[in-house]
Design a protein around this ligand. Structure first.
Ligand code: SF4
Ligand code: SF4
Length: 86
């Protein structure tokens, strides 16, 4: 199984106060084993919010071990930003 994420497609407004995207993160919410995480990138905007972020699988080897390939994250993503190659 290979987890692939396209940050170009997952382009959501950033909430400075919450330090997370304003909307979505549905992939994180739907994962039954909480294997996905949101990672702010180092580059910052003028207001201090991260310029970009990415969705990643927690500790890849661990994630792969416990991901049953349910594809819930793929199915719920409104932007087709996640692909799982089985
Ligand atoms: S569900 Fe898709 S668009 Fe929403 S945060 Fe996850 S990867 Fe991004
Ligand atoms: S396929 Fe299922 S278990 Fe695996 S990362 Fe996506 S939602 Fe989580």
């Amino acid at each position: 199984m290979k987890f692939k994420y396209d940050p170009e497609k997952c382009d959501l407004p950033f909430d400075v106060n919450e330090n997370r995207p304003t909307k979505c993160l549905k992939c994180l919410e739907v994962c039954p084993n909480s294997l996905l995480m949101f990672i702010p990138m180092k580059d910052k905007r003028e207001d201090g919010a991260p310029e970009r972020y990415k969705i990643s699988m927690i500790f890849k080897a661990y994630g792969k071990k416990y991901c049953p390939d349910c594809l819930k994250c793929v199915d719920i993503c409104p932007s087709q930003a996640i692909k799982i190659k089985i």
